[in-house]
Every structure is written in C-alpha cells, then in structure tokens.
Design a protein around this ligand. Structure first.
Ligand code: HEM
Ligand SMILES: [Cu+2]
Length: 558
C-alpha cells in the first residue's frame, strides 16, 4: 500500500499544493529565462526594458515566495500525515487554508501581470522584497497577506494533528518527520510577525491611500526581520528531505536523530535575529546591532556544517552498504543513475558553494564590495535557486508516485534533468558572481552604463554575459524536462499498488539516544522570542518613537 491508498484525503491536498507550486515554477522560470537573455543583451525580443521590473517581480514572487510555500505545504502534509499515521483532522479546515493561499496567489499574480497590460492601473513592479518607496496596487499586498494567513493556518493544522496524536501516545517521542515540520513552522511564526506588521500595518493602508507618506526604514526593517528567516523557511524543508529521505535514497540510514533535532532548534533560535545583515548599508541602524547580526549569522554556519557532516555520513553509510570502499571511492557506489538521489546530491554540492559566497555577503565590511551587484543573485541561485528548488524537483520524482499511485515515466529525461540544472547553474551563477565582483549591478535591464567600462579581474564582460545567457537557457530546458516528466507521469504513468519503495529506515543513532529536552517546543519557542526581542526591540522602538507615519524623523544614525 502506498500513501495515496492509505491516506487518500491527505494525498489530494498535497497534490493540490504541488499543482499550484508547479504552475508558479513554470511561469516564474520563463521570466527568469527572459531576464537572463535580456539583461545580457543576447536577445531582447520578448519584452522591452520598461517591463523588466514587472518580470523580475513575477520571477521573484512566483519562485521564491509561491513555488516554495506551496511545495513546502504539500511536503509537510505528506510528512506529518505519514509519520503521525493520521489524515488531517478536519478536511474543510485543511481545504480552507489551501484555497485562501491560492486566492491570495491569484490576486498577487494578477496585480503583477497587470503591469504587462498597456495603461493598466493594476501594477506591482515592486520586486519580491516589495518594501517602499516602490508601491504596488493594494491587490498585491492583500493577496500576499492572504497567502500568509493561509500558511499560518496550515501550520496550525499540523499542530492540531500533533496534539491529537499526543493524546493517544503520551509517552512517545515526536516522530522526526513531524518534529522537523513543526520546528520549521515555529520559526515561520516568529519571523512572519515582522512581515504581518509591515504588510497589514503599513503597506496596505499606504497603497489604499489612507496614509500618504511613509518612512522607508521602518518597513524595510520589518521586512528584513522576516527576510532572512524566510530563506531558512525555504531551506529547512530541503534539509527535511536531505535528513529524512536522502539517506534512504543512498541505500543507507540517517546518521543521527539527535543531530537532526539540534540543527532545527538552532535554526529556530537564530534565524530571525540575523535580519540586519541585509541592512549593513542602511543608515539609521546603529553599527552595534549590525555587528550582533553578523556574529549570529556566522553562528548559523554551525548547523549547516553539522548538516553537511550528518548528511554526508549518512550517504557514506549507504554507499558502504552497497559495497563502497576506500576514503573517497565509495562516492562512486552512490546511485548516480537515480534522478531523485542525483538531484538531492547535486543540490547539496551547490549549497556548499553557496555557503562560501554567503560568508562574503555576511561579512559586514566585505559586503560593501558586492552589495546590490549581480553577485547576490549569483549567490542565491545556488541556495534557494538550486539547493532548495532542485531538491524539491528531485524529491518530486519520489513523492509523486506515492501521491498518485502511478509510476514515473521517462526516467532517462528525469535523470538528465538534475545534471542539466547543475550544469546550467554552474555557468550562470559563476558568471554572476564574477560579474558582480566587477561591479555589474543587479535588478536592472540595462546594466551597462554609457561611457563606463566594467573591468573584470579576468575574462571579459562579453564572455560572462554569454555564460549567463547559455546557463539560463540550459536551466530553462531542465525546467521543461521536469515539467514534462511530472505531467506525463501524473496523467499517464502506469498504475501500481506500490509504484515506489517508500520505506524509510530507522536512523543509525536513533531517538533513544536523543535527550528529551530537545522535544520541548515551548522552551525553544520562548527562547527564540527572547532572542528576537533582544535584537529588535530597541531599534524598532527608536524608529517609531516620533510616530509611525511621520516621515523626516529618520534615518538617525547613532
Ligand atoms: C530557469 C531558471 C532561472 C533563471 C534563468 C533565472 C534567472 C535570473 C536572473 C538573470 C536574475 C537576475 C535579474 C536581475 O537582477 O536583473 C534572477 C533573479 C532572481 N531569481 Fe532567478 N532564475 C532562475 C531560477 C530561479 C529559481 C528556481 C529561483 C527561486 C526558487 C529564483 C529566484 C530568483 C530571485 C529571488 C531573484 C531576485 C529578484 C530580484 O532581484 O528582485 N530564480 N533570476
Ligand atoms: Cu540573509
């Protein structure tokens, strides 16, 4: 029996979430292709430069915010249902959060695409960071607010299942698949406080004209209160896959249950207080708080290094089970012919590279070198654009058969897909990093200033542009392969009672070695709130001391 036969209701919800996620991926990915060709001046026939911000907003919002959120919701529905062995408690409630998020998504997307209609008053060319002074139509902010409320309700749904389960199993440890989902959601609740305050308290009233002027620093700060933690909201579900499923796909077992829990706890504690590292260049926030953010950011390398160790150790165990030998020769024994494994493993390798460029971003002084250059998109296409997106695509090859009861079709295309993504991203991201070092700005259709020559340390601008364009094209082909395999398998895959081996073995060091305090959600949640208050209370109070809607009082460097 596979998931769909055991939990038909949950399977339906998970699939519905995946449908929205993949539509967003398709549209957003196409915009990425257009941008890559447009800003490198390779081909400009799709749109004109005036529409670039509309496209870029669509790309960022649909991929970074919508694709991720819906995929995560589907993944957690699968994981929580399966590990607690119960369908969602109340299907009307479950469907209501799904539809709320979907309606919100449609509203925001309509607002963005309105920008492509000549003379339309509905526009939202505000980028996926959407803070002032750029202003969107209210539809955009209200839509995003609905997505946010829906995501909170989704989290509450999983906590609800957990509480019911707890009543029946008072002495059992929280199953790891539920633990990781709930801790990710706890972090989401902490960090979205800032976003909710910004959108509901400032942006919606401002876009409706109820408030005419707004001091940008406050909404920016509230945005970045959320804006770093959101990257962990994307990343932790990828970790979810790497910890829970990748060891199995490698033929082995998770190395350590307690390490896994500790990593999720550290992310809950540290994800939000680091937000100022996106505001190193903002006047009005004192340098002490920026320094605090830098220190906590560097501390966050720790759980990622633990992840590297645990995940690689689990894979090595798997490879040795398959007869792997030697210090490194075992790597050859990993299943490099299985699409789900290959996608996750390549995503992990790219994430390591992203970690290195992330350290540069995080350094308060060295950040100035790359601030707002194309280096930054170079960095996060390795993290969210590959570590997260490629993991999600890859694990779809394993989840979809469980959710549909159908076998995967076109396995060769599915296998080419992650390799193609890896190749395309290596070209595009590497050239973006290098171009950024030469000073090429991000977020512009016209990166070339007239009368100014960028001076790369090595290579030429033309060669980098070509790498970005060719890399972007290979990525787009990879995306089409993915969508093709998914649609074909979903529609016409061969039906089977057990279309894929979905057994997940116990960890090598199991939950019996895990201290009970790690499962104490109240404790960790309270500590996380205290750390946030320490980081944010004082600067935010200072910002609102002269009245929330009073411009001119800030910035006030101290
Ligand atoms: C087909 C694959 C993709 C291509 C060709 C592509 C291309 C690009 C390019 C060229 C930019 C820089 C535009 C500029 O700063 O002027 C960009 C920005 C961005 N991309 Fe992608 N991308 C792809 C996939 C993804 C994925 C999978 C994600 C996330 C899940 C993503 C998230 C973003 C974000 C958040 C931005 C920044 C938008 C902004 O600055 O407001 N991209 N992309
Ligand atoms: Cu950050």
């Amino acid at each position: 029996m596979t998931f769909i036969h055991k939990y038909p209701k949950a399977a339906k919800v998970a699939k519905a979430n995946f449908v929205v996620a993949f539509i967003a991926l398709a549209i957003g990915g196409f915009f990425g292709f257009v941008q890559a060709l447009h800003r490198t001046d390779v081909f400009r026939g799709f749109f004109n430069s005036g529409e670039y911000y509309t496209l870029l907003t669509g790309h960022g919002v649909l991929l970074a915010l919508i694709f991720t959120t819906f995929f995560i919701a589907g993944l957690f529905v699968w994981g929580v249902t399966r590990s607690l062995d119960r369908e969602p408690e109340n299907m009307s409630y479950t469907w209501s959060w799904f539809w709320l998020m979907t309606i919100g998504t449609v509203m925001a997307t309509v607002a963005i695409l309105g920008g492509l209609v000549p003379d339309s008053s509905i526009r939202a060319a505000v980028l996926y960071t959407f803070y002032p002074p750029l202003q969107a139509h209210p539809l955009f902010y209200i839509g995003l607010a609905l997505v946010l409320v829906g995501s909170w309700m989704a989290g509450a749904d999983w906590f609800w299942s957990y509480r019911k389960w707890r009543k029946g199993s008072p002495d059992e440890r929280v199953p790891i698949l539920t633990f990781m989902a709930l801790f990710t959601m706890l972090m989401w609740y902490v960090c979205t406080i800032g976003l909710a305050l910004e959108v509901v308290g400032l942006l919606i009233p401002w876009s409706l004209g109820w408030v005419t002027e707004i001091e940008p620093l406050l909404p920016r700060t509230l945005f970045w209160f959320f804006g770093h933690a959101v990257v962990y909201f994307w990343l932790l579900p990828a970790y979810y896959v790497w910890y829970a499923i990748l060891p199995k796909l490698s033929g082995g077992r998770l190395f350590s249950d307690s390490m896994t829990r500790i990593v999720f706890i550290i992310f809950l504690l540290l994800s939000t207080p680091v937000g100022y590292h996106h505001q190193y260049a903002d006047a009005g926030i004192s340098v002490g708080f920026k320094f605090y953010a830098m220190a906590t950011t560097m501390l966050l390398l720790l759980p990622s290094l633990i992840t590297l160790f645990t995940v690689v150790a689990s894979m090595e165990h798997g490879a040795r089970q398959r007869g792997g030998k030697g210090y490194l020769k075992w790597i050859g024994k990993l299943p490099w012919d299985k699409p789900a494994f290959v996608g996750c493993a390549l995503a992990g390798i790219m994430f390591a590279a992203g970690g290195f460029s992330g350290m540069i971003n995080a350094g308060m002084n060295i950040n100035i070198l790359i601030h707002n250059t194309i280096w930054v998109p170079g960095h996060f296409h390795l993290t969210v654009g590959t570590a997260v997106a490629l993991t999600f695509m890859a694990i779809t090859y394993w989840l979809l058969p469980q959710l549909t009861g159908r076998k995967l079709k076109f396995k060769t295309l599915a296998l080419i897909q992650p390799y193609a993504w890896f190749l395309g991203m290596t070209l595009m991201s590497n050239a973006m990093h290098r171009a950024g070092l030469a000073g090429v700005p991000r977020r512009t259709a016209e990166p070339q200033y007239s009368g100014f020559e960028f001076e790369p340390i090595f290579g030429t601008m033309a060669e980098m542009d070509w790498q970005i364009a060719i890399g972007g094209t290979i990525l787009t082909i990879s995306l089409i392969l993915f969508l093709w395999v998914v649609i074909a398998s979903w529609m016409a895959g061969q039906k089977s009672d057990k279309p894929v081996d979905d057994h997940i073995p116990e960890p090598l060091s199991g939950v019996e070695h895990t201290p009970a305090i790690l499962d104490n959600m109240k404790l960790w949640f309270t500590l996380a709130l205290i750390l946030v208050i320490l980081a944010y209370a004082f600067p935010l109070l200072e910002m609102v001391a002269d009245g929330i809607f009073e411009p001119g009082a800030l910035p006030r460097p101290s």
